[in-house]
Design a protein around this ligand. Structure first.
Ligand SMILES: NC(=O)c1ccc[n+]([C@@H]2O[C@H](COP(=O)([O-])OP(=O)(O)OC[C@H]3O[C@@H](n4cnc5c(N)ncnc54)[C@H](OP(=O)(O)O)[C@@H]3O)[C@@H](O)[C@H]2O)c1
Length: 313
């Protein structure tokens, strides 16, 4: 058996283990949440986001399913409510500041805040062997700046608690800094982005604007950017860097007001974003995000996960 087949076998075994773990109910001492625990999911109308909503609500939390398109979101909520789940709808477009502000106001007024934020909304315009950067600006604006705007707007609303509030960013292994086949080839930049102490919003912004400038003037192909799904990979690299940067900032919060922020890769999932060409089901894709959101003894902050295990950035 070749290395590729062995890796495939290991992955399948790991997924099987997780499938089994998902069937084991949380015990009473693990269940720190109740129906009053509020989880907000962005891009919840379909794909992994919808499944995250379904799994969290099945565990007994109150879920606020949000979507940029109201009619799609309302339909999705209806499907979950018909299954007896506690899911509520609100419109939210993560690249529209007025939509974010209206949502935050509504959340504060109706729920007094939240316990869990899942930054799931995202876009990708590359399929198969494409590597077009035609939509690079939109990809960066949504995947990175949208996630950042949401996080900044929501942090003041996160409820203080003994177990800590949680932010889960749905990211991708494509955004790994040290991926073997898909990484920034500029060593100094990679080192700067790797070192959590030298990470800053300015560094991330500068990296993204250099990339977008090169897209505009057509020089990006020789810019040393990730080789596969370049714009999407750069956007997720920024999400990963931001997760670590925010973890550093949030770790200064006192006991009782902790916010644990982490990110994860759902694997290659059969959703619209991959043209339904992935290996994993949405149940598998949502699993690690839900697991992270519900961990009873949160000790992770600023880490990257896949298949319920920590992986390297
Ligand atoms: N599928 C994979 O293999 C894979 C792998 C790694 C990471 N991910 C990540 O997983 C997340 C979910 O993706 P998916 O695979 O479930 O794709 P999907 O089915 O295309 O879902 C993406 C969701 O994001 C929403 N969205 C896009 N832009 C938005 C905006 N400005 N404001 C609010 N919502 C917005 C979409 O809304 P509309 O319905 O209105 O378009 C949709 O609900 C993304 O962050 C993606 O990058 C996916």
């Amino acid at each position: 058996m070749g290395n590729k087949d062995k890796a495939k076998e290991r992955r399948e075994k790991r997924l099987q283990d997780i499938r089994l773990q998902r069937t084991i109910p949380y015990s009473d001492h693990q269940r720190w949440w109740s129906k009053e625990t509020v989880a907000v999911v962005t891009g919840g109308n379909r794909g992994i986001g919808f499944e995250i909503c379904r799994q969290l609500a099945t565990h007994g939390l109150t879920v606020i399913l949000t979507s940029r398109d109201s009619s799609a979101g309302v339909e999705s909520v209806k499907a979950l409510q018909e299954g007896g789940l506690s899911v509520v709808y609100h419109q939210l477009d993560i690249v529209d500041n007025s939509s974010i502000n209206q949502f935050v106001e509504w959340l504060q007024e109706n729920y007094g805040g939240l316990d869990i934020l899942v930054n799931n909304a995202g876009v990708n315009f590359n399929l198969g062997s494409d590597n077009s950067v035609e939509n690079a600006r939109k990809v960066i604006e949504t995947n990175y700046y949208g996630t950042k705007s949401m996080t900044e707007a929501i942090i003041p609303l996160m409820k203080p608690s003994v177990v800590g509030a949680r932010i889960v960013n749905v990211s991708s292994r494509l955004g790994r800094l040290n991926g073997r086949r898909n990484r920034i080839s500029h060593v100094a930049l990679r080192e700067q982005l790797s070192d959590v102490e030298s990470l800053s919003e300015e560094l991330i912004d500068r990296t993204l604007s250099t990339f977008l400038q090169q897209v505009e003037d057509g020089t990006w192909t020789t810019g040393g950017w990730p080789q596969v799904y370049t714009d999407y990979s750069v956007s997720k690299l920024a999400v990963n860097a931001y997760t670590r940067l925010m973890a550093r900032k949030l770790s200064e919060r006192p006991e009782g007001q902790k916010i644990y922020i982490n990110c994860y890769c759902p694997g290659w999932v059969k959703t619209a974003l991959t043209g339904y060409a992935g290996n994993n089901t949405v149940e598998e894709g949502a699993d690690t995000g839900v697991w992270l959101a519900l961990l009873s003894d949160q000790t992770f902050i600023g880490k990257f996960f896949a298949e319920r295990r920590e992986i390297n950035f």
